[in-house]
Structure formats: C-alpha cells, structure tokens
Design a protein around this ligand. Structure first.
Ligand code: PRP
Length: 212
C-alpha cells in the first residue's frame, strides 16, 4: 500500500494558487480549490492528505513532522528559523521584504524604533548594519506605526507598493526578495524520499512548462 504524504498548505491567496498548481500537476483532490471550510482533504486514492493551516504555522507543522511537506513564503520560513529542507522555489507570491518609512526615517539618532510582524528578520538586518533598534512587534497594519509616531521605520512585505504609496511612505532599504517555497521535513525527505520527489518533480514540471 502506498503510504500517505501529508501536505501543509497555507490558507488564503497563496494557498489557492498552490492548490491550482497541484491540480495541474495531477496531485490535487476534489474540493481543494473550493471554498469549503474543511481543514483536512484526501486525494490520490488516499495517498495524499492536505491540511489547511495558518501561513505562519506551516514551518512548524513541517519541522515537527505533522506534515511531510508544506508550502510557505520565504519570509515565514526565515522568521520561524525552522529546520526543514527547501526543495523548490514555486515563484508564487513574489514580493520584497523592506525597511520602509518616511524619507529620512533611518537618519534618526539613537535607538531606532522598528515596527514589524517579522522581529527575527528585522533584528538580523539591523544587527548586520550595527544599528541599535527597539523592536515593536505588531500583527498587522504595520504602515500605521510611523504615521502615528509609534515607530521610526517598519520592516514589512512590499508587493505592489500601493499600501506605502497611499500612506506617503517609501521603501528605504530592500532586505530580501520573497517567494513561496516547497519545504520538506528532514526525516520524511529520507524515509518517504520517492513520494516527496514525485510531488516536487510534478510541481517543478508544471513550473518549467511555463503555465504559471
Ligand atoms: C501586507 C503587508 C503590507 C501589504 C503590502 O499586508 O503587510 O501591509 O500587504 O502589499 P502592497 O505592497 O501590495 O500594498 P496584509 O494585506 O497581509 O495585511 P496586514 O495589514 O494584516 O498585515
């Protein structure tokens, strides 16, 4: 009997794109792209099982082996520091991790107040620059922080740039490019190697076919 491959998918826009990609690769399942609230779905005659999880939780599911493989943004992976194998750049959800704020926001003397959802990425970035910072951890609407004087700058995702523009903020530094990655649990990569490679190769084939 073929063993089940457990796959953690990020709920939301990115997850919907990945679901389409999996279906194109012939590795999806009924209801994967629909608006069902079901959190666990089975496909491939029981050989595939999909979990819908909060995007930021994908690395922990994979690292702990609750899922054999998963899809997560590079931002989420770096922030989590999860010990997983990165198999494939899916090229989806492309954006940039940036320092943003009002022009001159970085020139403030003393300890720089940095608002962000990504404290680890922000800390590493400013540590590399030898800059003392005070992290203000927020969970959303990060752009509000410099506007109301809660922070000097933010470290956040910039996709279209519309949120910054509409709030008169600028990109002050680019930290890194982001896209979605296929990741694997280290033990699953070893013990379910054939199955993991099969899924990775199927997705890779679809991506190389330039259909996305
Ligand atoms: C993300 C991010 C920025 C915005 C960037 O926020 O934190 O605020 O998208 O996209 P843009 O460059 O295309 O404007 P999200 O929509 O996840 O909402 P949030 O405020 O809850 O973080």
């Amino acid at each position: 009997m073929t063993e089940t491959l457990d796959i953690a998918l990020p709920k939301g826009r990115l997850g919907e794109k990945v679901a389409r990609l999996l279906s194109e690769a012939g590795m999806g399942c009924d209801g994967l792209g629909g608006d069902s609230r079901k959190l666990v779905l089975s496909g491939g005659g029981g050989s595939l099982r999909f979990f819908w999880v909060k995007p930021a939780d994908v690395p922990i599911y994979v690292e702990r082996g609750a899922a054999d493989i998963g899809v997560a943004g590079r931002d989420v992976l770096l922030e989590s520091g999860a010990d997983v194998y990165e198999l494939l750049d899916l090229g989806l959800g492309k954006c940039r991790m940036c320092v943003a704020g009002y022009p001159g926001g970085l020139e403030r003397g003393g300890v720089l107040r940095v608002a962000t959802k990504f404290p680890n990425i922000a800390t590493r970035h400013f540590m590399n620059r030898g800059r003392a910072i005070d992290i203000i951890k927020l969970n959303g609407s990060i752009e509000l922080a410099p506007i109301i004087g809660l922070a000097d700058v933010i470290v956040d995702i910039v996709e279209t740039g519309a949120t910054l523009r509409e709030n008169s903020l600028d990109v002050l530094e680019e930290i890194l490019p982001i896209s979605a990655r296929l990741v694997a649990n280290k033990a699953s990569f070893r013990f379910k190697h054939g199955r993991v490679q099969e899924l990775s190769a199927a997705l890779s084939g679809i991506l190389e076919g330039g259909k996305n």
